[in-house]
Design a protein around this ligand. Structure first.
Ligand code: C2E
Ligand code: MG
Ligand code: MG
Length: 683
């Protein structure tokens, strides 16, 4: 065989191998479109055999619907024509193909070389992608695609609408541009780190809008991988949660701030106090706690109404706040109690200066609802180190200092001192010991006679409580009654006193006089006991007494709240025939309106007036007026603390009805009183 022939045969073999094994259809057609060559891939693509196809033309392959489809995908180039056409197989099925036709010269004649590819799968995928990208584009949730390095590749319309940034403005920018200043570090520790590690990240993030303000989003970022499982992008889906955040913040705010004044509430104030202390310890500095209590605020509230009281508190809070430095806390502990925290003090005397300034802020009248009101405050100061190492100790010290300042006459301030320290310690042990004292039988009721000024006959007694405690000794009632009040123990202790007193009253009535009367002291807290009246009635009945044997001694403190239930209790007690006396008259506000509005039977003039009755003409005039006024309201008058005959003479002159005091007998134990009554009887 000639060399040329051999070469031609070799080429033919190569051509065959290529066309036979190609996955693309390869065809040759003459200028009329009749196939002159088809490869096996084309045959299997169309479902015809080679001889069949060689009898057919390119036009036989076109699907009928092709004529209605525009050739918009036709691309013409120098190499030829690339078209997407619908072809129909022998079995009738239709598919999308990409056909590239090229004019070639083969063996001197013009032919068209066609390369045919089945692109149905590709077209399907492309359709899907188009639908998907439309969904992404139009999704109401904000969507973004980032590069692995965090560069923004795409944002959808929701993102544009929410943030105010157009895609073109953020494309190619790092996502960092969306993070508000100061939060970048957090962000880099969170999302950015997850991205580095190829992990999913989800959480809340603060995003800065183009206009500058920030808002909260809940974001989910997940990696997008290619077919080799390599991360190529990050897809972020984000939801605006500003409203929820706002709501959450509101709730959080309410838990920490006082609704009325918007100052830190008790909880947050004490938390800040603890913080201030740890700072002071760490930096070896001083810090001060100012405890502020408005003077007579309760009275304002009671007389002018709570609405007015609220307005005053708001104004007072504003004044306090205006007086301290930016970083210092002013908090409301509750009611009319505020605290001011002064951290990082160079010198404790700075606290004094602040206290003076705070009091100064109250010098101007408060204008509320067109009224002008004067209101003052009292301040207690506790300093770290010295007055306490913990928040609660410091608070207790400041509170004690405040009480001391109140005693000094209000509208002033006082530092905590060693003396107060002793008082605080004493108070704590009282609180500790008074629990269980009743069960341990440490209380005793003793009795002080009350006499008729005209006849000097004993007409009854006042029951007075004594506490004998092994650790504290004999504690005077002026000291332990307030503690019993505050702990609420006064209710059960008071029931003990009443039962004891009435039991003995029954005995003395039986042995001495049916008219014998028993006066028992009641404190404000006992009036809040819903069972008070029922208990009194039961006890009176139990000892076979009549209601008028009992005389309830109350102070103005009971009436101060002015609440309806006090009237109701008064009425119920009147119904039982019980007498009610106003104790310690002349010491408090001695409001005459109380005497008019409540049906009292007796007025007890405080012993501080009686003691000076023989020396101070003013006191004498005062008592004279009080007696006259009481009588005009049909009240009997009892003089307390009568110690001398001279005092008794004056009281007779002033037409006082009854008297009580050391002159007739000190408070004494049951048996001693029985003895005294026997003597009195035989007189
Ligand atoms: P109060 O009700 O004004 O009782 C009169 C106080 O004056 C008694 O003090 C009594 O011992 C004292 N006293 C009486 N006569 C004289 C006198 O001639 N000269 C002097 N210097 N003092 C005299 P006490 O027993 O220490 O009681 C103090 C207060 O404690 C009472 O004042 C009363 O408010 C309260 N208290 C006593 N027992 C009870 C009780 O059972 N329940 C309640 N809630 N309070 C009580
Ligand atoms: Mg009394
Ligand atoms: Mg009294």
């Amino acid at each position: 065989m000639a060399l040329l022939e051999e070469q031609a045969e070799h080429k033919e073999g190569m051509f065959r191998a290529i066309t036979d094994q190609s996955t693309e259809g390869i065809t040759l057609a003459d200028t009329a479109g009749n196939y002159t060559f088809v490869n096996p891939a084309f045959c299997s693509m169309m479902g015809y055999s080679e001889p069949e196809l060689l009898q057919m033309s390119v036009f036989d392959m076109k699907a009928p619907e092709q004529d209605h489809t525009s050739f918009d995908r036709t691309k013409s180039s120098r190499e030829g024509l690339s078209v997407e056409v619908l072809l129909q197989r022998k079995d009738g099925s239709v598919f999308v193909s990409e056909v590239i036709g090229q004019n070639v010269i083969i063996n001197g004649s013009a032919q068209v070389l066609g390369t045919v590819r089945d692109i149905s799968d590709y077209v399907k995928t492309e359709g899907k992608i188009r639908t998907l990208s439309q969904a992404v584009e139009q999704s109401p949730v904000s969507i973004m695609i980032l590069s692995v390095a965090g560069v923004i590749k795409y944002v959808n319309r929701a993102f544009e609408r929410i943030t105010g940034y157009k895609l073109a403005e953020v494309e190619h920018e790092n996502i960092d541009v969306l993070i508000p200043d100061g939060l970048l570090e957090d962000f880099q520790g969170g999302l950015a780190r997850s991205m580095e590690k190829g992990e999913i990240w989800e959480g809340e993030m603060l995003i800065r809008k183009k206009a500058g303000e920030s808002f909260w989003e809940y974001a989910h970022f997940s990696p997008v991988r290619d077919e080799y499982n390599k991360i190529i992008h990050y897809l972020g889906v984000k939801e605006d949660i500003s409203l929820r955040k706002e709501h959450e913040e509101k709730i959080l705010h309410q838990a920490h701030f006082d609704v009325l004044t918007n100052l830190p509430n008790r909880f947050l104030s004490l938390d800040r106090l603890s913080h201030m202390l740890s700072e002071a310890v760490r930096n070896n500095e001083s810090a001060a706690l100012l405890f502020i209590d408005l003077d007579d605020f309760k009275k304002v509230n009671d007389s002018l109404g709570h609405e007015m009281g609220d307005k005053l508190l708001i104004e007072a809070a504003a004044r306090l706040k205006s007086e301290v430095r930016e970083g210092d806390t002013v908090g409301r502990l509750g009611g009319d109690e505020f605290i001011v925290l002064l951290g990082g003090l160079q010198n404790p005397t700075n606290a004094q200066l602040t206290a003076e300034n705070l009091l100064g802020r109250f010098r101007d009248a408060f204008r509320v609802d067109g009224r002008e009101l004067m209101m003052t405050a009292t301040v207690g100061i506790a300093v770290y180190p010295g007055d306490g190492d913990s928040a609660s100790e410091l608070l207790r010290s400041a509170d004690a200092a405040m009480y001391h300042a109140k005693e000094l006459g209000r509208n002033t301030y006082s530092f905590f001192t060693e003396d107060m320290n002793k008082q605080v310690t004493r108070r704590l042990s009282l609180e500790e010991q008074i629990h269980g004292a009743l069960d341990r039988g440490e209380f005793e009721v003793i009795y002080q006679p009350q006499v008729d000024v005209g006849s000097s006959q004993i007409i009854g007694v006042e029951a007075l409580l004594r506490w004998h405690n092994p650790a504290l000794g004999n504690v005077p009632p002026d000291e332990f009654i307030p503690v019993a009040e505050q702990t609420g123990l006064i209710v059960s202790i008071g029931q003990f006193v009443l039962a004891e007193a009435l039991r003995n009253a029954a005995y003395w009535q039986e042995h001495f006089s049916r008219e014998f009367r028993m006066a028992v002291n009641f404190s404000p807290r006992q009036f809040r006991d819903p069972n008070l009246v029922a208990f009194i009635k039961r006890t009176v009945d139990e000892y076979g007494l009549s209601g008028k044997t009992l005389e309830l001694e109350i102070t103005e403190g009971v009436l101060m709240s002015g609440q309806r239930y006090i009237y109701d209790i008064f009425e119920a007690l009147k119904g039982l025939g019980v007498c009610i006396s106003m104790d310690d008259f002349g010491t408090g506000y001695s409001s005459l309106s109380y005497l008019r509005n409540y049906s009292f039977d007796l007025l007890k003039i405080d012993r501080s007036f009686i003691s000076d009755i023989t020396v101070d003409p003013a006191d004498r005039e005062l008592i004279k007026a009080a007696v006259a006024m009481a009588h005009s309201l049909h009240l009997k008058v009892v003089a307390e603390g009568v110690e001398t005959e001279a005092q008794l003479e004056y009281l007779k002159e002033l037409r006082c009805d009854y008297a009580q005091g050391y002159l007739f007998g000190k408070p004494m134990a049951v048996d001693d009183l029985t003895q005294l009554l026997m003597l009195n009887k035989s007189m």
